[in-house]
Write a protein that binds this ligand. Structure first.
Ligand SMILES: [Ca+2]
Ligand SMILES: [Ca+2]
Ligand SMILES: [Ca+2]
Ligand SMILES: [Ca+2]
Length: 304
């Protein structure tokens, strides 16, 4: 089921193509402007956070072998324990739990992510937006319809997931210890645990994907275990460095303007030398070789 969190832009364009090329009729599909949809989605998320609680009592006093599974519920009482409405956690720390907000701009419109942090994670690393993360997750709508999950740890290239997903997973730290249990399975300790509430503009927006209605805000529960730096074109330059303008969009960095973005371009400056071979000092890093001393490393310098 995990393929459903992959970006659906391609599907979207194919659908438009099918609908708009019927005979000579041009059918225009109306797409709601982000500036109109974001406030609607935000209000729906705030309503969810106002009316729902999570099983905080289980995280405050975890039993042996606790699953660290988050359960959202409209029940405020858990036995004699009174839960805190989720909305109270927004930008406030209570019992070491919090909901951090993060603003992501899509087509000039601010979109707010609500990231519930239950366990930050004690590992040193955080997966970057374009790294491979080892994680488990469950995706659901605000109506709590589960549309996707990976309950056992899977490796996911975050650059291929929707922005609301990659920008949330990258806010957690990984496990600080991995043990191998007797049966050969792994036992991760102190991994990141949380959830994200995202407006549709950071999810699938107007693209119909599986059972998810268009313009659906989404929830993903997350457990983040590990991170691996990726180099998509194996040119010696890690993908996160190929995002030259650091805007977390890999597709708008194309140094030689040949239509192939740097992160998948094995020759970023279109000179006769592949990027991997511009690593003059052969230290495995082509970004620190600047023969003519002009401040532009050779792999991006067509006159080096
Ligand atoms: Ca690269
Ligand atoms: Ca970029
Ligand atoms: Ca290029
Ligand atoms: Ca080159």
């Amino acid at each position: 089921m995990m393929s459903r969190i992959l970006k659906s832009t391609l599907l979207f364009f194919i659908l438009i193509g099918l609908f708009s090329c019927k005979d000579d009729d041009t059918v225009t599909i109306y797409v709601v402007p982000y500036a109109e949809q974001e406030p609607v989605d935000n209000a729906a998320i705030v309503e969810f956070l106002t009316n729902n609680y999570f099983n905080e009592e289980e995280f405050i006093a975890p039993v042996v072998n606790f699953s660290y599974d988050i359960e959202f519920s409209t029940d405020q009482m858990a036995g004699s324990y009174t839960r805190t409405p989720l909305i109270n956690y927004v930008n406030t720390v209570i019992n070491n739990f919090t909901i951090e907000t993060k603003t992501i701009i899509v087509s000039d419109v601010d979109h707010t992510l609500y990231i519930l942090k239950i366990v930050q994670g004690l590992g040193a690393e955080q997966p970057r937006f374009c790294d491979e993360a080892l994680l488990s997750y469950e995706g659901m709508t605000l109506g709590k319809d589960v549309f996707d999950n990976a309950l056992n740890p899977v490796k996911l290239d975050l650059s291929g997931t929707v922005k609301g997903f990659s920008e949330s997973v990258s806010e957690f730290n990984i496990a600080d210890n991995v043990g191998i249990v007797g049966d050969g399975t792994f036992d991760y300790q102190n991994f990141g645990v949380g959830a994200v509430f995202m407006p549709s503009g950071l999810g699938y927006y107007a693209s119909p994907v599986g059972s998810i209605a268009v313009y659906s805000p989404l929830i993903f529960k997350l457990k983040v275990y590990g991170a691996t730096e990726l180099d998509h074109d194996s040119d010696g330059v890690p993908t996160y460095i190929e995002d030259l303008n650091s805007d977390h969009d890999l597709n708008n960095d194309d140094s030689d303007l040949d239509g192939v973005p740097n992160y998948v371009d094995t020759n970023d400056d279109n000179d006769p030398i592949l990027t991997i071979n511009e690593d003059i000092d052969e230290d495995g890093d082509p970004t620190n070789d600047d023969t003519d001393g002009d401040g532009i490393p050779n792999y991006l310098d067509s006159d080096s």
